[in-house]
Design a protein around this ligand. Structure first.
Ligand SMILES: [Zn+2]
Length: 256
């Protein structure tokens, strides 16, 4: 009956994760507006009425309220339950890859920040400095929690993607946002050069496909910018869980 114990642990972690996801929604909404993230109850962005406790249950409230505000009937963005669900799924992934360890907690904190970065970048085309600083602080702690990644590997990772981006920016002005560059530096130190390469590759690949699709469909012209942060965040989240596994299996192809 060991599977029951596993199911309970995964269930509890998922529920805790969607509550964290609910808080991530607060961060995504409040950080760009400069509102204190710890103070004051959440309110409806439309009618500004404070939400009641029963409206604040992650995932459930959205479905009970059928996706609209109790007071003014304004539609609630589907992004809210989506971010809550992602918060839960990333918690489950952290448990799956690292079990109940400090390592799991550190990786979960990092992927949550990347999730917040992705959505803030979609909204504002900017990545707030303090989120990149938070990632860098986690990277410093990870030196002790993930000693397999050497400091030299981390220093190489710090410059590996950020420096070429910076140089490209000197040649073609504003190819990348400053936030993207700082994000790549912080995550490079966190991941080391191997996993960072995997993360950046996945980000550039998915972002590139999206850019080509935008050009073909005629939604945007060549000169327009699009938010690269979400694609970078996606690649980096995958790299945080499985970067080394992907790197090793990639090298194995050339061993035979
Ligand atoms: Zn309302």
């Amino acid at each position: 009956m060991i599977w029951v114990a596993y199911a309970v642990i995964y269930g509890v972690i998922f529920l805790a994760g969607i509550c964290i996801g609910s808080f991530l929604n607060v961060l995504i909404y409040r950080i760009p507006l400069g509102i204190n993230v710890a103070k004051g109850r959440s309110f409806c962005p439309e009618c500004k009425k404070k939400l009641q406790a029963k409206d604040l249950v992650p995932l459930l409230s959205f479905f009970v309220l059928r996706g609209s505000c109790r007071f003014c009937g304004q539609k609630i963005s589907r992004r809210y339950p989506a971010v809550e669900f992602l918060g839960g799924m990333l918690a489950v992934a952290s448990l799956y890859f690292f079990w109940l360890t400090w390592q799991a907690l550190l990786v979960y904190a990092a992927v949550c920040i990347l999730l917040v970065i992705a959505f803030i970048d979609i909204d504002t085309r900017e990545i707030p400095d303090r989120l990149n600083i938070a990632l860098f602080v986690l990277a410093l702690i990870s030196v002790f929690l993930f000693p397999d990644i050497t400091v030299i590997e981390r220093v190489i990772g710090f410059f590996e993607i950020s420096l070429p981006m910076l140089l490209l920016n000197l040649m073609i002005k504003d190819s990348f946002g400053g936030g993207d560059i700082k994000l790549c530096a912080a995550c490079g130190f966190l991941l080391g050069y191997k996993a960072m390469l995997v993360g950046a590759f996945l980000g550039i690949l998915t972002g590139g496909i999206y850019a080509i699709w935008l050009l073909i469909s005629g939604t945007k012209s060549r000169k327009d910018h699009f938010a690269f942060g979400p694609f970078l965040s996606f690649g980096l989240i995958v790299a945080l869980y499985a970067g080394t596994i992907i790197w090793d299996s990639y090298l194995e192809i050339f061993m035979f």
